[in-house]
Design a protein around this ligand. Structure first.
Ligand code: ZN
Length: 111
């Protein structure tokens, strides 16, 4: 990002000297306060973080191995009744990707 104005130096809680400045974010055109070293390196203020093509996984598919790891990590995870209820509501009716899809008879892939 582009540095507009230096704000000066502060001592952080951990005792380090940190220089701050006002940066202009090219993505949202907002002025944001960042540490000098971070602001210069960052392409945006964080507004476009992990969205669309800025997501590190954009355009990539999970490898089979990664899928297995995720599946393994999620195995045995218990959901609470509340979570089940919420998911039930979220996935019901026209919000369900299978809504209005009837795979009977010839339409069934296993026909
Ligand atoms: Zn921004």
């Amino acid at each position: 990002m582009e540095l507009i104005k230096k704000l000066g130096t502060k001592i952080s809680e951990s005792g380090y000297l940190q220089s701050y400045g006002i940066f202009l974010c090219f993505v949202c055109n907002k002025e944001v306060i960042k540490q000098l070293q971070h602001g210069k390196a960052a392409k945006s203020c964080g507004c476009n973080k992990n969205k669309g093509e800025n997501n590190p996984m954009w355009g990539k598919n999970q490898t089979e191995e990664a899928r297995k790891k995720i599946s393994f990590a999620n195995e045995g995870r218990k959901r609470t009744e509340e979570q089940k209820q919420k998911q039930s509501v979220r996935m019901s009716g026209d919000k369900n990707s299978m809504f209005n899809i009837h795979l009977f008879g010839e339409n069934n892939p296993n026909w």
